[in-house]
Design a protein. Structure first.
Length: 314
Protein backbone atom coordinates (compact mmCIF):
# COMPACT_ATOMS: atom_id res chain seq x y z
CA UNK A 1 0.00 0.00 0.00
CA UNK A 2 3.06 2.32 0.07
CA UNK A 3 2.31 3.73 -3.37
CA UNK A 4 -1.40 4.06 -2.76
CA UNK A 5 -1.34 7.73 -1.78
CA UNK A 6 0.32 8.75 -5.05
CA UNK A 7 -2.18 6.71 -6.98
CA UNK A 8 -5.04 8.41 -5.13
CA UNK A 9 -3.82 11.84 -6.13
CA UNK A 10 -3.12 10.96 -9.78
CA UNK A 11 -5.67 12.19 -12.28
CA UNK A 12 -6.88 9.39 -14.50
CA UNK A 13 -9.09 9.26 -17.56
CA UNK A 14 -11.37 6.34 -18.09
CA UNK A 15 -14.28 5.59 -20.35
CA UNK A 16 -15.78 2.16 -19.76
CA UNK A 17 -19.41 1.50 -20.54
CA UNK A 18 -20.27 -0.81 -17.65
CA UNK A 19 -20.36 0.98 -14.29
CA UNK A 20 -19.56 -2.27 -12.47
CA UNK A 21 -16.53 -2.85 -14.70
CA UNK A 22 -15.50 0.77 -14.24
CA UNK A 23 -15.52 0.34 -10.45
CA UNK A 24 -13.44 -2.86 -10.71
CA UNK A 25 -11.02 -1.13 -13.08
CA UNK A 26 -10.49 1.79 -10.68
CA UNK A 27 -9.75 -0.62 -7.85
CA UNK A 28 -7.26 -2.59 -9.95
CA UNK A 29 -5.48 0.54 -11.17
CA UNK A 30 -5.09 1.85 -7.64
CA UNK A 31 -4.19 -1.45 -6.04
CA UNK A 32 -7.07 -1.68 -3.60
CA UNK A 33 -9.82 -4.14 -2.79
CA UNK A 34 -13.21 -2.74 -3.78
CA UNK A 35 -15.22 -5.21 -1.71
CA UNK A 36 -17.05 -4.23 1.45
CA UNK A 37 -14.36 -5.46 3.87
CA UNK A 38 -11.32 -4.51 1.82
CA UNK A 39 -8.78 -1.71 1.86
CA UNK A 40 -9.07 -0.56 5.45
CA UNK A 41 -5.86 1.43 5.04
CA UNK A 42 -7.26 3.35 2.07
CA UNK A 43 -10.41 4.09 4.04
CA UNK A 44 -8.65 5.52 7.09
CA UNK A 45 -5.31 6.89 5.93
CA UNK A 46 -4.55 10.54 6.62
CA UNK A 47 -7.56 12.56 5.55
CA UNK A 48 -10.47 10.53 6.95
CA UNK A 49 -13.74 9.86 5.15
CA UNK A 50 -13.93 13.04 3.12
CA UNK A 51 -10.36 13.46 1.84
CA UNK A 52 -9.24 16.61 0.01
CA UNK A 53 -11.78 19.49 0.00
CA UNK A 54 -14.31 17.30 1.81
CA UNK A 55 -14.74 14.93 -1.15
CA UNK A 56 -15.66 11.34 -0.29
CA UNK A 57 -13.46 9.29 -2.62
CA UNK A 58 -14.28 5.89 -4.08
CA UNK A 59 -10.80 4.77 -3.00
CA UNK A 60 -11.21 6.02 0.57
CA UNK A 61 -14.41 4.11 1.32
CA UNK A 62 -15.82 1.09 -0.40
CA UNK A 63 -18.74 1.54 -2.73
CA UNK A 64 -21.41 0.16 -0.41
CA UNK A 65 -20.45 2.69 2.26
CA UNK A 66 -20.58 5.53 -0.25
CA UNK A 67 -24.02 4.45 -1.45
CA UNK A 68 -25.20 4.27 2.15
CA UNK A 69 -24.00 7.87 2.61
CA UNK A 70 -26.11 8.94 -0.37
CA UNK A 71 -29.12 6.99 0.90
CA UNK A 72 -28.80 8.85 4.19
CA UNK A 73 -28.85 12.16 2.27
CA UNK A 74 -31.97 10.98 0.46
CA UNK A 75 -33.70 10.33 3.79
CA UNK A 76 -32.95 13.77 5.22
CA UNK A 77 -36.20 15.74 5.73
CA UNK A 78 -37.05 18.72 3.56
CA UNK A 79 -39.88 21.15 4.24
CA UNK A 80 -41.11 24.46 2.93
CA UNK A 81 -38.46 25.89 0.66
CA UNK A 82 -35.56 25.71 3.11
CA UNK A 83 -32.21 24.57 1.71
CA UNK A 84 -30.15 25.51 4.76
CA UNK A 85 -29.16 21.84 5.12
CA UNK A 86 -26.90 22.40 2.10
CA UNK A 87 -25.17 25.49 3.47
CA UNK A 88 -21.50 25.26 2.56
CA UNK A 89 -22.11 22.49 0.04
CA UNK A 90 -23.54 24.58 -2.80
CA UNK A 91 -21.88 27.73 -4.08
CA UNK A 92 -21.95 29.94 -7.12
CA UNK A 93 -22.44 33.37 -8.51
CA UNK A 94 -25.50 35.37 -7.61
CA UNK A 95 -27.79 37.55 -9.69
CA UNK A 96 -26.87 41.27 -9.53
CA UNK A 97 -30.24 42.33 -8.13
CA UNK A 98 -31.95 41.55 -4.81
CA UNK A 99 -35.53 40.35 -5.13
CA UNK A 100 -36.05 40.69 -1.38
CA UNK A 101 -34.73 44.27 -1.27
CA UNK A 102 -37.03 45.29 -4.11
CA UNK A 103 -39.99 43.49 -2.51
CA UNK A 104 -39.33 45.32 0.77
CA UNK A 105 -39.24 48.67 -1.02
CA UNK A 106 -42.53 47.95 -2.78
CA UNK A 107 -44.16 46.76 0.45
CA UNK A 108 -43.39 50.08 2.11
CA UNK A 109 -45.45 51.80 -0.61
CA UNK A 110 -48.40 49.41 -0.39
CA UNK A 111 -51.37 48.88 1.91
CA UNK A 112 -51.91 45.25 0.87
CA UNK A 113 -49.78 42.43 -0.56
CA UNK A 114 -50.35 38.87 -1.71
CA UNK A 115 -47.45 36.41 -1.96
CA UNK A 116 -48.29 33.70 -4.50
CA UNK A 117 -47.12 30.16 -3.68
CA UNK A 118 -45.29 31.16 -0.53
CA UNK A 119 -43.84 27.70 0.16
CA UNK A 120 -43.34 27.49 3.89
CA UNK A 121 -43.39 31.27 4.16
CA UNK A 122 -39.61 31.53 4.61
CA UNK A 123 -39.02 34.51 2.32
CA UNK A 124 -42.16 36.33 3.41
CA UNK A 125 -41.09 36.01 7.05
CA UNK A 126 -37.72 37.53 6.20
CA UNK A 127 -39.62 40.64 5.05
CA UNK A 128 -41.74 40.94 8.18
CA UNK A 129 -40.36 44.35 9.16
CA UNK A 130 -41.77 45.75 5.90
CA UNK A 131 -45.21 44.14 5.81
CA UNK A 132 -48.11 46.45 4.95
CA UNK A 133 -51.38 46.46 6.89
CA UNK A 134 -52.80 43.44 5.05
CA UNK A 135 -50.76 40.38 4.08
CA UNK A 136 -52.19 37.37 2.21
CA UNK A 137 -50.43 34.27 0.89
CA UNK A 138 -51.41 31.33 -1.27
CA UNK A 139 -50.01 27.80 -1.29
CA UNK A 140 -51.41 24.70 -2.96
CA UNK A 141 -48.97 21.96 -1.91
CA UNK A 142 -50.51 20.43 1.23
CA UNK A 143 -47.34 20.02 3.37
CA UNK A 144 -46.24 23.58 2.59
CA UNK A 145 -49.75 24.92 3.20
CA UNK A 146 -49.75 23.38 6.67
CA UNK A 147 -46.29 24.75 7.42
CA UNK A 148 -47.14 28.23 6.13
CA UNK A 149 -50.38 28.25 8.15
CA UNK A 150 -48.50 27.26 11.29
CA UNK A 151 -45.88 29.97 10.79
CA UNK A 152 -47.90 32.84 9.37
CA UNK A 153 -51.46 32.65 10.71
CA UNK A 154 -50.45 33.60 14.29
CA UNK A 155 -48.95 36.78 12.79
CA UNK A 156 -52.24 37.81 11.20
CA UNK A 157 -51.44 36.59 7.68
CA UNK A 158 -54.27 35.05 5.64
CA UNK A 159 -53.07 31.74 4.17
CA UNK A 160 -55.27 30.52 1.31
CA UNK A 161 -55.03 27.09 -0.32
CA UNK A 162 -55.39 27.62 -4.06
CA UNK A 163 -53.55 26.71 -7.26
CA UNK A 164 -52.60 30.10 -8.66
CA UNK A 165 -51.45 28.79 -12.04
CA UNK A 166 -54.84 27.28 -12.92
CA UNK A 167 -57.24 28.95 -15.34
CA UNK A 168 -59.85 29.21 -12.58
CA UNK A 169 -60.36 32.51 -10.79
CA UNK A 170 -58.51 32.99 -7.52
CA UNK A 171 -60.87 33.66 -4.58
CA UNK A 172 -60.09 37.39 -4.51
CA UNK A 173 -61.95 40.42 -5.84
CA UNK A 174 -60.84 42.61 -8.72
CA UNK A 175 -58.17 45.12 -7.70
CA UNK A 176 -57.84 43.70 -4.18
CA UNK A 177 -54.06 44.05 -3.80
CA UNK A 178 -51.59 46.89 -4.27
CA UNK A 179 -48.70 44.45 -4.62
CA UNK A 180 -48.49 40.90 -5.96
CA UNK A 181 -45.29 38.96 -5.25
CA UNK A 182 -44.17 35.72 -6.83
CA UNK A 183 -40.79 34.08 -6.30
CA UNK A 184 -39.97 30.94 -8.29
CA UNK A 185 -43.56 29.82 -8.80
CA UNK A 186 -45.95 29.51 -11.73
CA UNK A 187 -48.69 32.10 -12.12
CA UNK A 188 -51.66 33.03 -14.28
CA UNK A 189 -50.95 36.43 -15.86
CA UNK A 190 -54.63 37.27 -16.34
CA UNK A 191 -55.39 36.56 -12.69
CA UNK A 192 -52.41 38.61 -11.53
CA UNK A 193 -53.69 41.55 -13.57
CA UNK A 194 -57.25 41.09 -12.30
CA UNK A 195 -56.47 41.11 -8.56
CA UNK A 196 -53.93 43.94 -8.87
CA UNK A 197 -55.21 47.41 -8.00
CA UNK A 198 -54.80 50.29 -10.45
CA UNK A 199 -51.32 51.69 -9.98
CA UNK A 200 -50.27 48.43 -8.31
CA UNK A 201 -47.14 46.39 -9.01
CA UNK A 202 -46.38 42.77 -9.80
CA UNK A 203 -42.86 41.57 -8.94
CA UNK A 204 -41.64 38.11 -9.86
CA UNK A 205 -38.30 36.34 -9.87
CA UNK A 206 -38.22 33.17 -11.92
CA UNK A 207 -35.83 30.31 -12.54
CA UNK A 208 -35.10 29.99 -16.26
CA UNK A 209 -36.68 27.00 -17.98
CA UNK A 210 -33.28 25.51 -18.84
CA UNK A 211 -31.91 25.94 -15.30
CA UNK A 212 -29.45 23.07 -14.59
CA UNK A 213 -30.07 21.53 -18.00
CA UNK A 214 -26.58 20.00 -17.92
CA UNK A 215 -27.18 18.43 -14.50
CA UNK A 216 -30.40 16.96 -15.87
CA UNK A 217 -28.49 15.69 -18.90
CA UNK A 218 -26.09 13.90 -16.54
CA UNK A 219 -29.12 11.79 -15.52
CA UNK A 220 -30.50 11.42 -19.07
CA UNK A 221 -33.27 13.89 -18.22
CA UNK A 222 -34.39 17.07 -19.99
CA UNK A 223 -35.98 20.34 -18.78
CA UNK A 224 -39.72 20.01 -18.25
CA UNK A 225 -40.52 23.65 -19.09
CA UNK A 226 -37.77 24.91 -21.44
CA UNK A 227 -40.08 27.69 -22.65
CA UNK A 228 -40.20 29.34 -19.19
CA UNK A 229 -38.29 32.36 -20.45
CA UNK A 230 -38.53 36.09 -19.71
CA UNK A 231 -39.73 36.69 -23.26
CA UNK A 232 -42.68 34.34 -22.74
CA UNK A 233 -43.83 35.92 -19.49
CA UNK A 234 -43.29 39.49 -20.64
CA UNK A 235 -45.56 38.72 -23.59
CA UNK A 236 -48.23 37.11 -21.37
CA UNK A 237 -48.20 39.99 -18.89
CA UNK A 238 -48.57 42.53 -21.68
CA UNK A 239 -51.46 40.54 -23.14
CA UNK A 240 -53.08 40.70 -19.69
CA UNK A 241 -52.92 44.50 -19.83
CA UNK A 242 -49.89 45.20 -17.63
CA UNK A 243 -47.03 47.55 -18.45
CA UNK A 244 -43.52 46.15 -18.13
CA UNK A 245 -41.42 48.41 -15.91
CA UNK A 246 -38.24 46.36 -15.69
CA UNK A 247 -36.70 43.09 -16.85
CA UNK A 248 -33.34 41.77 -15.69
CA UNK A 249 -31.61 38.54 -16.66
CA UNK A 250 -28.66 36.66 -15.20
CA UNK A 251 -26.67 33.57 -16.13
CA UNK A 252 -24.01 31.85 -14.05
CA UNK A 253 -23.06 28.54 -12.49
CA UNK A 254 -24.23 26.50 -9.53
CA UNK A 255 -21.51 24.31 -8.00
CA UNK A 256 -22.07 21.27 -5.79
CA UNK A 257 -19.19 20.42 -3.47
CA UNK A 258 -20.11 16.73 -3.19
CA UNK A 259 -22.43 14.22 -4.82
CA UNK A 260 -24.46 13.84 -1.63
CA UNK A 261 -25.52 17.47 -2.00
CA UNK A 262 -26.87 16.64 -5.47
CA UNK A 263 -28.80 13.72 -3.99
CA UNK A 264 -30.48 15.96 -1.42
CA UNK A 265 -31.20 18.67 -3.99
CA UNK A 266 -32.84 16.28 -6.46
CA UNK A 267 -34.88 14.70 -3.66
CA UNK A 268 -36.12 18.15 -2.64
CA UNK A 269 -36.97 19.23 -6.20
CA UNK A 270 -38.40 16.08 -7.80
CA UNK A 271 -39.30 17.66 -11.14
CA UNK A 272 -35.62 18.25 -12.01
CA UNK A 273 -35.04 14.51 -12.55
CA UNK A 274 -38.44 12.76 -12.43
CA UNK A 275 -38.41 9.49 -10.53
CA UNK A 276 -35.00 10.14 -9.02
CA UNK A 277 -33.81 7.82 -6.26
CA UNK A 278 -30.30 6.81 -5.29
CA UNK A 279 -30.95 3.18 -6.20
CA UNK A 280 -32.56 3.83 -9.57
CA UNK A 281 -29.97 6.43 -10.61
CA UNK A 282 -26.88 4.97 -8.96
CA UNK A 283 -24.82 4.64 -12.13
CA UNK A 284 -25.26 8.35 -12.86
CA UNK A 285 -24.24 9.28 -9.31
CA UNK A 286 -21.10 7.16 -9.60
CA UNK A 287 -20.18 8.91 -12.84
CA UNK A 288 -20.51 12.30 -11.10
CA UNK A 289 -18.37 11.00 -8.23
CA UNK A 290 -15.68 9.98 -10.72
CA UNK A 291 -15.77 13.43 -12.33
CA UNK A 292 -15.21 14.99 -8.94
CA UNK A 293 -12.29 12.71 -8.16
CA UNK A 294 -10.34 13.49 -11.31
CA UNK A 295 -10.49 17.20 -10.53
CA UNK A 296 -13.65 18.31 -12.32
CA UNK A 297 -15.91 20.82 -10.64
CA UNK A 298 -19.54 19.77 -10.41
CA UNK A 299 -20.74 23.08 -11.79
CA UNK A 300 -23.90 23.48 -13.85
CA UNK A 301 -25.80 26.15 -15.78
CA UNK A 302 -27.88 28.53 -13.67
CA UNK A 303 -30.10 31.38 -14.83
CA UNK A 304 -32.79 33.57 -13.29
CA UNK A 305 -34.73 36.62 -14.33
CA UNK A 306 -36.68 39.38 -12.64
CA UNK A 307 -39.80 41.03 -14.06
CA UNK A 308 -41.58 44.05 -12.63
CA UNK A 309 -44.92 45.04 -14.16
CA UNK A 310 -47.51 47.67 -13.31
CA UNK A 311 -51.22 48.16 -13.77
CA UNK A 312 -51.88 51.62 -15.11
CA UNK A 313 -54.30 53.97 -13.43
CA UNK A 314 -54.88 55.83 -10.17
Amino acid sequence: MSGDKGLRERRVTYRIQSQAHRWDWICRQRGIDGTRDGSSEAQTEGKGRRGVRGVIRLVDVNRDDLVEEWLREEREPFSGWDFSYLDGRIRGEREPWSYLDRAAELMRRSSSVIDLDTGGGEKLLSLRDHWPARVVTTEDYAPNFELATERLSPLGVEVVKVAVSDDDLMPFTDGEFDLVLNRHAAFNSREVARVLSRGGTFLTQQVHGIWLWDLQAAFDATPEFPDATPEKYVSLLREAGLTIANVEEWEGRMVFEDVGAIVYYLKAIPWEVPGFTVKSHLRYLLTLQERLEVGEELGFFAARYLIEARKEGR
